[in-house]
Design a protein around this ligand. Sequence first.
Ligand SMILES: O=c1ccn([C@@H]2O[C@H](COP(=O)(O)OP(=O)(O)O[C@H]3O[C@H](CO)[C@@H](O)[C@H](O)[C@H]3O)[C@@H](O)[C@H]2O)c(=O)[nH]1
Length: 411
Amino acid sequence: GGGEQSPSSFSSIALETISDGYDEGGASQAESIEAYLDRFREIGSQTLAELIEEISGSGHPADCLVYDSCMSWALDVAKRVGIAGAAFFTFSCAVTNIYSLVQNGLLKVPLNPGSEILQPGLPPLQPSDTPSFVYVSGSYPAFFKLILDQFSNLDKADWVLCNTFHELEQEAVDWMAKFWPLRTIGPTIPSMYMDKRHEDNWEYGLSLLKPNSDACMKWLNVKPKGSVAYVSFGSVAVIGEDQMEELGLGLRRSKSYFLWVVREKEAAKLPKGFVEETSEKGLVVSWCPQLEVLAHEAVGCFVTHCGWNSTLEGLSLGVPMVAVPQWTDQSTNARFIMDVWKTGLKAQADKKGIVRGEEIAHCVREILDGERGKEIRKNTSKWKALAKNAVDEGGSSDKNIDEFIAKLVPI
Ligand SMILES: O=c1ccn([C@@H]2O[C@H](COP(=O)(O)OP(=O)(O)O[C@H]3O[C@H](CO)[C@@H](O)[C@H](O)[C@H]3O)[C@@H](O)[C@H]2O)c(=O)[nH]1
């Protein structure tokens, strides 16, 4: 829930809704996150079972329930009504692996701040490279519990699907596949940006907010190739006022053009007069068509919070990244961008956890004009090709999807 725009086109997929128990007034009526999640589990289990029943009466009964891995109760519903269940993980496999290692006790929390983490399926990591729920002990306990609960009944899942591709995360995928029927099926990016096998498939079919598409594309169309830094922090992150100011300073100081997405709710934190004073080189919008923007040749780098979708999009469309992680899984994604895939630079935060304007300007400059930028662009081209191959006919993700579909035998 909570989306401000309704789904536009789902092509062949029909969209149904179920009640989460908060039909009047929405989730904000709940006393706490815990209360919301409890009621969602309780009411959702009933309403989801009813929906599956209803569908069974139609000409196209459900064979399998693919559920967001954070709704572990949905698997119990699938089993109760006698259909297959597939957990869909929307994080990277490395992140999912870290969470599973915490859940089964191999990785003990709180982490020892000084010691390197050496665990199966992962490169050596610093504690601060793990998701914030893990390394900031005691933070967001309700979310952390939800995250660990993903594994509570996972042994009963018929499939574990991950939005990644084998070549990208071989170590984590091979390790986790020892325990679960795990298949990589990503990147789940619309076909026209990848293999182009599905001609109408330009969009996810769901946009969280309404993009200012015309303004963005018109602005980009007249900018030279590789001259623009695209800046976005996704749909959730709440940026501190100090950090916002530093971002503004950095963009002002960097020599490049910038397209900066500042969600409406965040706009009051923009430095006073910023939009007017920088209008020669910058455009600030409340939401943009991100895939279209990343695919535009004017864009030379992506300053990102490293949400997993943005990370995959940047990597698959071949855009070098400046990683400015905020919380949850983003710190892990940032580490992989910088040191494993080598498709970007991680902007270093100061002692207060703030990335200064100087640092942002420096990273953007390095990527657009520096020596390291050249090396990074070589790597981004490589990963772009590998991502496309994975979803194209006969690629690793394509084969996994075929296998999943072939084995869905109606009962
Ligand atoms: O102006 C914009 C900005 C973003 N997007 C899209 O919005 C999505 C953002 O997704 P993501 O990068 O994953 O960020 P969040 O919305 O912040 O995602 C949450 O969920 C992710 C997946 O579980 C986690 O990895 C993140 O840490 C968590 O914040 C992407 O598809 C973007 O293309 C737009 O279309 N227009």
